[in-house]
Ligand binder design. Structure first.
Ligand SMILES: [Ca+2]
Ligand SMILES: [Ca+2]
Ligand SMILES: [Ca+2]
Ligand SMILES: [Ca+2]
Length: 146
């Protein structure tokens, strides 16, 4: 009977290993806390890979840690490229809306025209409400697919 128990334990262990292997191979990279930022990147930048912290803004530059990952910036450096403009105030895709404004609006930091309506995000409704915004009619009754 003891032998049987040992055998069962071994089989269960092998099955668990196989499952873990399949799970980790699936995503292409490990993201244990499922916050969109791979473990390796989080660890490299001193962030927790075990706690979902995508919305955290580590150095307080106005751009979330997830936004920093998406733009390949340093979440520990408020001005990654040292040009005097904080990461949140930069406009990575040059669409007239800053990175921080795009995060607040839920638009794509790397796409100048997130909803593909021909109007750049900076001039679009949901962004900064900047002058020259004439897109109201266009968006009436339209649900944005975020
Ligand atoms: Ca993660
Ligand atoms: Ca930040
Ligand atoms: Ca900068
Ligand atoms: Ca954009």
């Amino acid at each position: 009977m003891r032998k049987f128990k040992t055998l069962v334990t071994a089989v269960v262990a092998v099955a668990m290993l196989a499952f873990a292997g399949a799970a980790s191979a699936k995503g292409g990279h490990h993201d244990r806390d499922h916050d969109g930022m791979p473990d390796r990147w989080e660890q490299h930048h001193g962030l927790s890979a075990k706690k979902a912290n995508a919305r955290a803004d580590h150095e307080g530059d106005g751009l979330s840690d997830l936004g920093e990952y998406r733009l390949r910036l340093d979440p520990q450096d408020a001005d990654t490229d040292d040009d005097g403009v904080r990461d949140g105030a930069e406009d990575a895709d040059e669409d007239g809306a800053t990175n921080a404004q795009e995060e607040a609006a839920g638009t794509n930091l790397r796409d100048p025209d997130s909803d593909d309506d021909g109007v750049e995000d900076g001039a679009d409704d949901d962004d900064a409400g900047q002058a020259g915004d004439v897109e109201d009619a266009d968006h009436a009754g339209e649900s944005r697919g975020d």
